[in-house]
Design a protein around this ligand. Sequence first.
Ligand code: FMN
Length: 188
Amino acid sequence: MQIGSEKASSLDLLSVVIVSLSDGYGLDSSTGDAFVENRLLIAVLSIVIAVLVGCVAIFFVRRSSGRKPAETPKPLVVKTQMDTEEDQGKKKVTVFFRTQTRTAEGFAKALAEEAKARYPNAIFKVMDIDEYATEDDEYEENLKKESLAVFFLATYGDGEPTDNAARFYKWFTEVDVVVDELLYEQGI
Ligand SMILES: Cc1cc2nc3c(=O)[nH]c(=O)nc-3n(C[C@H](O)[C@H](O)[C@H](O)COP(=O)(O)O)c2cc1C
């Protein structure tokens, strides 16, 4: 080790520290000596590690710079068979049911099956009236889109609607009053 005459390398400095530490803490002096003797090996290992770290860094930098910015996903528009058929100008017929013990549902499905077989140019759909709309306004909005609507509605008590039709029944009777008033005003 030549400190003073030539500029000391960092390995020289490390050797001095390890030798003095091994002396100072009463460690086996061979530890420090072994380090000093294997300086070349340590130097080579340090270079190899530095090169490896550099390669890994370059790899990550290239990978991140090569990545395209995330594109905003386009809304997925899937045309259902129903949409396509509607585009072709087919009539849309919905068979509604309201039921307590499923008799009306059975009738609605039977009618739709029979009608499908007889009228291939129309689209038939069977639907629980309770699932047709979530808001009252939607009944009118959706019904306007139907070419034809058929209702199988079971009644209970004194001609009262079933539980699953209470909301539709309320809307329908209110609309009925409005329609009656309009007809009355027009003298019909
Ligand atoms: C307790 C009870 C009350 C009924 N009340 C009426 C009624 O007020 N008016 C009516 O037309 N039918 C009434 N029905 C007949 C049902 O509407 C009929 O059985 C219907 O097919 C039942 O349909 P669902 O199985 O789809 O619920 C009543 C039936 C039961 C069992």
